[in-house]
Design a protein around this ligand. Sequence first.
Ligand SMILES: [Cu+2]
Length: 305
Amino acid sequence: MTTTTTSVVDQGLFLLLGFSVLAFAAIVATMVYFVLRYHRSRNPRATEVHGNPWFEVAVFSVSIVLVLVFFFVTLGGYQFLRRVPEGALQVKVHTRQFAFSFEYPGGKVVPDMVVPVGSDIRLDISSDDVLHGVFIPAYHIQVDAVPGMPTYAWFHAQEVGVVDLLCTVYCGTAHSGMMSKVYVVPVADFQRWKDGESVSLGSEKLPSVMAGGADLLDARGCIGCHTIDGAESAGPSFKGLFGSKITIVKDGQKSVIEVDEAYLAASIRKPGESIVLGFDDMMPPGDDLKDEEVEDMVEAIKTFK
Ligand SMILES: [Cu+2]
């Protein structure tokens, strides 16, 4: 069997777990033996025991050897995880409140990751705002994304299928919704997908390029707090929002307004300035969004009728 990120992590885990189980059994057995052997009926007078140098040296040496074995085995695993095989496909992983986006060589950006089966994938991880974590349980890799400290991870896409990728560092209100997927697809499908064709894996459609605003809303994590089908969420639904009359609270004053493009754009850039009645001021500001991005988002919101 070839070594993978999954197998080296398992190796370290099972070594430590196996030892823990053995040590636990040995300690409990000794304890039970002492309870019986030195019961008052068998050992009515307690005797004092003094040092036993040979025993002490033995315990000490065995412990040192064990700790060194654990250290070198897991160090080997760690080095394996930090050594990206040559020729790995590079994917940039951007993290932000509250979404991941994946950037491919050539500039394609999507909200879920797509990779060809059988290849090594290098993830270049960065954060646009606060601490996040990139965790792919199926491949046993987990790395923190720290603002200003780009890092990386890699894995070998073992078999075709869909696995989860999620944030493991509490990054704010909608942290629990910060989840994406990794689609491991046949090589030919990956090529077609990269060329911009619409491709499916089983019944699921692979993510398309974020050209239009709707994909951008998804990639920027807006859909984590706003639904497009009218359902309740942390924020008001986008369905039927454009052109509707809503009550907002601004500087403590309530007023009724009609939702137009300017209001939508202002809400995306500076959500804290006016709050929709009945909701909390919890939306992260979109100061870093480009003008075209805000326009695309506004256009997309208008389409949810
Ligand atoms: Cu996060």
